[in-house]
Write a protein that binds this ligand. Structure first.
Ligand SMILES: [Zn+2]
Ligand SMILES: [Zn+2]
Length: 135
């Protein structure tokens, strides 16, 4: 997978990919934590660099809901959307509402060639809405 996009295969890069695959929408801190579980000596900078290189190469997607830190996931290229809990910040994947990346067909594209539509749904996750109702 790394070689396919012309990236050198390094243990930190592989570990970062595994970490983001196992834990979608992980922030940098949790990626660092899981990478260090396997590679205790890895530096924070190395993990940052790996996240950056993998994102640039298109193997990772970086999302950053407003008010949240950047998060990374390996589910790339399908233009899926995210639902974010306003209370606890938990994030879940939402498939495109109108089917096949239809959100890319803007009502007026202003002549742009569009390749991504960023849609974020905001609300309360089941856990948080239960707490809100019972208190
Ligand atoms: Zn919540
Ligand atoms: Zn996602």
């Amino acid at each position: 997978m790394l070689r396919g996009v012309g990236l050198r295969v390094t243990r930190p890069r592989v570990a970062v990919l595994i970490a983001t695959h196992d834990q979608p929408h992980a922030d940098t801190g949790s990626v660092l934590g899981s990478v260090r579980a396997g590679l205790p000596d890895v530096s924070q900078q190395t993990v940052y660099d790996a996240l950056h290189a993998l994102t640039t190469a298109g193997l990772l997607r970086r999302i950053q809901p407003s008010g949240s830190v950047a998060r990374y996931e390996t589910r790339v290229g399908d233009n899926h959307h995210h639902v974010v809990c306003r209370s606890c910040g938990v994030i879940a994947d939402v498939d495109c509402a109108v089917g096949e990346a239809a959100c890319l067909s803007a009502s007026d594209d202003h002549g742009f060639s569009i390749d991504e539509a960023e849609v974020t749904y905001w609300g309360l996750c089941p856990e948080c809405s239960t707490t809100a109702n019972s208190s």
